[in-house]
Design a protein around this ligand. Structure first.
Ligand SMILES: Nc1ncnc2c1ncn2[C@@H]1O[C@H](COP(=O)(O)OP(=O)(O)OP(=O)(O)O)[C@@H](O)[C@H]1O
Ligand SMILES: [Mg+2]
Length: 248
């Protein structure tokens, strides 16, 4: 399988804190790669570096064979990279439809698409995530679940090749969580997206992930199939304990 992203020895320090240390891994085209580890392990910092919101202190990030280590977030977005946030970041004063339309425009390399066309595209993505009936509601008036779905619609509207998901399940009830997983799997199939997925609910990644990478203290501690990783002693010790199967 071809690599869509190649990450070589990236590190990040915050003051004296080593958040990510000499981390290397590949993301293969078409896969769902799970990314796990305890709180503070450095998962979001990795996504921030890969998507360009934080500059890596050292190391190299390549996408489709191009060195993107120094590229800005919008440049990476134009190459087909998108993300969702651990905590939703809506534009509170925009309607759901306008928010998604803005994302549709921002994902384009050339800014010659009309806003009317972007609105039509946005409608499609709002329908996809089940928010069509909320299209005229201001983001600040949406429920938490609806905000999460709006995030997903905004990410998809940029037509990514590679989508980073930073904890879509947090704060959702089991029914909502199931809907969210179903939509992500459907998006992957319908739009042919490669997915890099941070998630604390192991049962989700056991189902959805082709491979999983586990990190602790900013370093890789395991990489393999979901079965291999959940049975890895270092992963059990650092993160899972022995009771993860009790997650519903
Ligand atoms: N902007 C920042 N400034 C200072 N320290 C930071 C910053 N962002 C993250 N850190 C620190 O870096 C380490 C890794 O944090 P990170 O948010 O990447 O962990 P995480 O694996 O995403 O955790 P969680 O599962 O709780 O979301 C932590 O010690 C955190 O406190
Ligand atoms: Mg995080």
């Amino acid at each position: 399988m071809a690599e869509i992203m190649k990450v070589s020895n990236i590190s990040k320090n915050f003051g004296g804190i080593v958040a990510v240390s000499e981390l290397s891994f590949d993301i293969y085209e078409g896969e769902t790669l799970g990314f796990i580890g305890p709180n503070g392990a450095g998962k979001s910092t990795v996504v921030n570096m890969l998507s360009g919101y934080l500059e890596a202190d050292s190391g190299k990030i390549e996408m489709d064979g191009v060195d993107i280590t120094k590229k800005k977030p919008h440049e990476r977005a134009h190459m087909g990279l998108s993300r969702t946030y651990q905590i939703p970041r809506p534009f509170p004063e925009l309607t759901a439809l306008t928010s998604v339309a803005a994302s549709a425009l921002s994902g384009k390399k050339r800014y010659n698409q009309s806003f009317e066309d972007a609105l039509v595209e946005a409608t499609h993505y709002l329908e996809f995530v089940g928010l069509f009936s909320k299209r005229s509601i201001l983001a600040r008036d949406l429920t938490f679940f609806e905000l999460r779905m709006l995030e997903l619609a905004r990410a998809l509207a940029t037509t990514p090749k590679l989508l980073f998901i930073d904890e879509v399940m947090a704060g959702l009830n089991p029914g909502e969580a199931k809907d969210a997983v179903r939509l992500i799997e459907q998006a992957k199939g319908d739009f042919g997206i490669t997915i890099f997925w941070i998630e604390h609910v192991m049962a989700v990644l056991m189902e959805a992930a082709d491979r999983i990478i586990a990190i602790d203290h900013g370093e890789k501690i395991a990489e393999g199939t979901p079965q291999e990783v959940v049975n890895n002693e270092s992963v059990i010790e650092a993160y899972l304990g022995r009771g993860w199967k009790t997650y519903a």
